[in-house]
Design a protein around this ligand. Structure first.
Ligand code: DP6
Length: 408
């Protein structure tokens, strides 16, 4: 048996966020500073989350990290930037007079283990939850209490928005050193309780063009992207904030769809062009527009990140009918519908949604040839809180020896 060594260990969970005003393009690649502000909705961790354990000990000889059970290269520049930044903040806190003298723990090496409750790199913003969780856990073990935007942002830009629950903006900032490029909560998770989110998983495969490389090519080649960032996003940020504050679903849904479409238009305007949307993504867009046209107003809205999966916003009174429309247009593959199946095999995961019949009028309005299996599964969720510390010592992903725990 490994001998128990004195560890400082913290485990926390962090959420996924989905942008309704998209971040695409950096003005500084090293500091990860964006060319425009962005705004996102934090998704509930009951359905999608990253769990991260960080442990420090005087006995550790090097920093190490395990992602989903696999040891990864800790020398990776973005990881190094996060570690450097958190240690800088910890030293700053001490030298600001909070504690004196510098505690030896500041020089301790750290071990980190992190697991996702959803497929990595499937366009579900796993890096955002991952780096937000890393920043949060590191802050707890090194005793940092200041704003963590910069730590998370240095891992992945969109990660700074996962530091808060509810509705979150990432203000682009103006300073060259990035000190004013920070995430702020626009409204808490309790603000709009009727809002529902459906993640339509089209493909669980890794994406072809990663966001980092894709957005850099867009910055270099797309005049449309520059125009968007300078001339359009500032007014869109203000309007989206108003929609959220006033819980105006009509306008919120429309602007969400328009901003997603504009982001994908800038991808197509990139040279060589980038396309993240698949045939199934296009069908989902058509379905949403026909569903809304049938009702004479915006009852559902889609948004797509750098991948083919759709994220749909609706209000609670429209969820059941929209899910029925999805089932009608994308009949689940064999057995996926039986409630006796374990949740991992079910077509509809997450929050329960009552099955409802689809009216003949809506079926006719959708006017779609069914695409069996086009959507692999749906995760039904809602707006949720920011990162949480888990008090249960049984939740630690690292054992008393500082190494990953065998999975129970
Ligand atoms: C399309 O935050 O993954 O999801 O900063 O290079 O790590 P890096 O990029 P990343 O980009 C996210 C792009 C997006 C839109 C968004 O989340 O705002």
């Amino acid at each position: 048996m490994a001998s128990a060594k004195p560890l400082v260990v913290v485990t926390c969970t962090a959420p996924v966020n989905i942008a309704v005003i998209k971040y695409w393009g950096k003005r500084d690649q090293e500091l990860i500073l964006p060319i425009n502000s962005s705004l996102s909705v934090t998704l509930h961790q009951d359905q999608l989350k990253t769990t991260t354990t960080a442990a420090i000990s005087k006995d550790f000889t090097e920093d190490r990290i395990w992602l989903n059970g696999q040891e990864e290269d800790v020398g990776q520049p973005r990881l190094q930037a996060c570690l450097r930044e958190i240690r800088r903040l910890a030293r700053k806190r001490r030298s600001d007079g909070h504690e004196d003298p510098l505690p030896p723990s500041l020089s301790y090496k750290v071990h980190v283990a992190s697991v996702n409750s959803f497929p990595t790199a499937a366009g579900l913003a796993s890096s955002a939850a991952g780096y937000a969780g890393l920043a949060y856990a590191l802050a707890r073990v090194y005793g940092v209490e200041s704003d963590l935007s910069e730590v998370a942002r240095r891992g992945s830009g969109s990660a700074c928005r996962s530091l808060y629950g509810g509705f979150v903006e990432w203000q682009m900032g103006e300073r060259a050193d990035g000190k004013d490029s920070v995430a702020r909560q626009v409204a808490p998770e309790s603000h709009w309780p009727e809002l529902r989110v459906l993640v339509l998983v089209v493909s669980a495969e890794r994406k072809l063009t990663g966001s980092t490389a894709g957005m850099q090519t867009s910055v270099e080649t797309s005049a449309l992207l520059r125009f968007r960032a300078e001339a359009l996003v500032p007014a869109r940020m203000a309007e989206m904030t108003r929609c959220i504050r006033e819980r105006d679903f009509q306008a919120f849904g429309q602007l969400t769809m328009q901003d997603s479409n504009q982001f994908h238009a800038t991808c197509l305007d990139t040279f060589p062009p980038i396309s993240y949307l698949s045939d199934t993504s296009q069908r989902v867009m058509r379905l949403v527009h026909r569903f809304n046209a049938h009702h004479g107003r915006t009852k559902a809205a889609y948004t797509f990140d750098a991948g083919p999966n759709a994220v749909i916003f609706t209000l609670d009174d429209a969820v059941a009918e929209f899910v029925a429309a999805v089932r009608h247009s994308f009949p689940p593959e064999a057995n996926g519908d039986q409630p006796v199946l374990p949740s991992s095999a079910r077509f509809l995961k997450g929050l329960p949604v009552e099955p409802v019949p689809l009216s003949d009028a809506l079926k006719a309005a959708l006017d779609m040839d069914p695409t069996p299996g086009g959507i692999k599964y749906i995760i039904a969720t809602q707006v949720g809180p920011g990162p949480q510390v888990l008090d249960d010592p049984g939740a630690h992903l690292l054992g008393p020896d500082g190494l990953p725990q065998p999975v129970a």
